[in-house]
Design a protein around this ligand. Structure first.
Ligand SMILES: Nc1nc2c(ncn2[C@@H]2O[C@H](COP(=O)(O)OP(=O)(O)OP(=O)(O)O)[C@@H](O)[C@H]2O)c(=O)[nH]1
Length: 334
């Protein structure tokens, strides 16, 4: 039992979802007679639930893919695994599949707020005994509780979007790893800063409660406008940041304009019409402080030139409407 306890201590010391996932997988892998442990990712394509392996044990170490799920050649419809599909439909805690190719497989969906996006898969040669199931579900429950605590600390209480702290951690880490990545054709990434227009007037005319409701509804429009692997953050006040991945400049511009128009036509109760201004920039290379500063410059330009529009930093530099600002080393944003 001692090694398991040590592993649980290690697991609950993690401050990052991926490390926590690897930690629970390696804890489970250390149980006797386990053949394989993997984390599966569940996601939807055109409303149909699919899954793909996300983290598994490679020949030497744990491997995790960050490929866009819908482009992963290993993805398949959830219905290909009918027992798991029924378990997810029934909101059940686990299911044991009928033996296949000599293995017994246990699936444990990770439920968060009635939704599931991850499922642990454990394969072994022997049938799962009652004692084995108790040990596994014990470890799994510690993992699931800790996972939801971690998730809670990463989110903004009003909108449930990721908070500024999470942006700082994720974006600086990602930029650090991309600075050391010299791949010539790596996936493009874009950063957009979104700000509600004349939001002070909403608060002044209708009160803070209606102001808060506008923030919640804009957050809902954001969630329904972008894809599941785009990341949306509430930056503070009435400002939001979206990180979009693996799409072209025109697709990014179109996605942002679609979102802007969706807000414009949304009937906000009592308040009526609300609009947003957006500045965006290519965030594939460069220091976080510079990228954020450029998107802010483009947003400021959108605000100063009529609001309710999307401005791309490079366009404004090319047209001479903005000039490149030199970042000073003594300015620290992170
Ligand atoms: N209701 C509510 N208001 C907030 C929250 N956080 C910030 N605000 C308000 O957001 C308003 C932001 O106003 P400004 O920065 O002047 O900008 P604006 O009125 O949106 O004007 P422009 O950005 O220039 O279009 C202020 O009145 C803040 O009090 C919040 O969590 N809830």
């Amino acid at each position: 039992m001692k090694p398991i306890l040590q592993n649980l201590v290690e697991m609950t010391g993690q401050r990052d979802h991926l490390r926590l996932e690897v930690s629970v997988l390696s804890t489970l892998q250390k149980l006797s007679n386990i053949v394989e442990v993997r984390a599966l990712e569940l996601f939807t394509i055109d409303g149909v639930m699919h899954l793909r392996p996300r983290t598994w044990k490679g020949p030497q170490d744990w491997v995790s893919t960050d490929m866009e799920p819908s482009k992963d050649p290993q993805q398949q419809p959830l219905e290909n695994l009918p027992e798991l599909a029924a378990c997810v439909r029934g909101h059940e805690s686990h299911v044991i599949a009928s033996p296949r190719r000599g293995y017994h497989v246990l699936w444990l969906p990770v439920w968060m707020h009635d939704k599931v996006s991850t499922c642990l898969e454990i394969s072994q040669k022997r049938p799962f005994s009652v004692h084995r199931l108790e040990v596994i579900t014990g470890i799994f429950n510690v993992y699931q509780n800790y996972q939801s605590l971690l998730d809670y600390s990463e989110r903004d209480a009003l909108t449930d979007l990721y908070n500024r702290k999470t942006f700082d951690e994720q974006f600086s880490r990602q930029s650090y790893s991309s600075a050391s990545d010299n791949t010539p054709h790596k996936a493009e990434q874009w950063l957009a800063v979104i700000d509600i227009d004349h939001f002070k007037q909403v608060n002044d005319r209708f009160g803070h409660l209606y102001g808060d409701e506008v923030l919640i509804l804009v957050a809902n429009v954001l969630r329904s406008s972008f894809r599941s692997n785009d990341r949306i953050f509430r930056f503070g006040g009435e400002e939001f940041v979206v990180l979009l991945r693996s799409i072209s400049l025109e697709e990014t511009r179109n996605a942002l304009n679609r979102f802007r128009e969706a807000v414009q036509v949304y009937p906000f109760p009592q308040v009526g019409q609300v609009t947003v201004s957006i500045g965006f920039v290519n965030a594939t290379h460069g220091a976080p402080v510079e990228i954020l500063g450029q998107a802010d410059q483009a947003l400021y330009y959108a605000k100063e030139h009529g609001r309710n529009q999307v401005c791309f930093y490079d366009d404004l530099i090319a047209s001479g409407d903005l000039v490149v600002q030199i970042a000073h080393d003594d300015v620290e944003f992170f």
